[in-house]
Design a protein. Structure first.
Length: 132
């Protein structure tokens, strides 16, 4: 799944390029859109399923900068599933040029206890379909 993202002034740093941490926000948008496309609203997952996705690990490599007003394509692909975790591969591209690539591991936790919890079956089934 690819999500279009325009770079706004608020996304840039004093050097006029996208601030490195802002790419993580772009990636989170892409993950949320993937979940929406699979029929899950992140707020409902937290409310009805009572689970949260917490970032456990991020590994990123920055190849080239994005600048103000660039149109980016941000991808989110599920590459691995555990009983209580998900691994996403992300790519941020501008016109086909790879700018940033990252692997983000999310842990699923019980919303109230903040302890790891097994992925709800309905969510696991849909994510399995998206597994690359």
């Amino acid at each position: 799944m690819k999500v279009p993202v325009r770079v706004y002034y608020q996304d840039t740093d004093a050097g006029g390029v996208v601030f490195h941490a802002q790419y993580l926000a772009f990636m989170e948008r892409a993950r949320s859109e993937l979940l929406n496309e699979l029929g899950f609203d992140v707020a409902k997952i937290a409310g009805e399923m009572r689970v949260l996705f917490l970032v456990y690990e991020i590994r990123a490599r920055y190849h080239a900068p994005a600048r103000l007003n660039d149109m980016l394509a941000v991808s989110a692909d599920v590459v691995k599933m555990g009983r209580a975790s998900l691994v996403f591969r992300h790519r941020v591209e501008r016109g086909g040029e790879l700018l940033v690539e990252a692997e983000v591991t999310l842990a699923l936790v019980d919303r109230d206890r903040m302890k790891p919890v097994r992925m709800p079956e309905t969510l696991a089934e849909k994510l399995q379909q998206a597994l690359q």
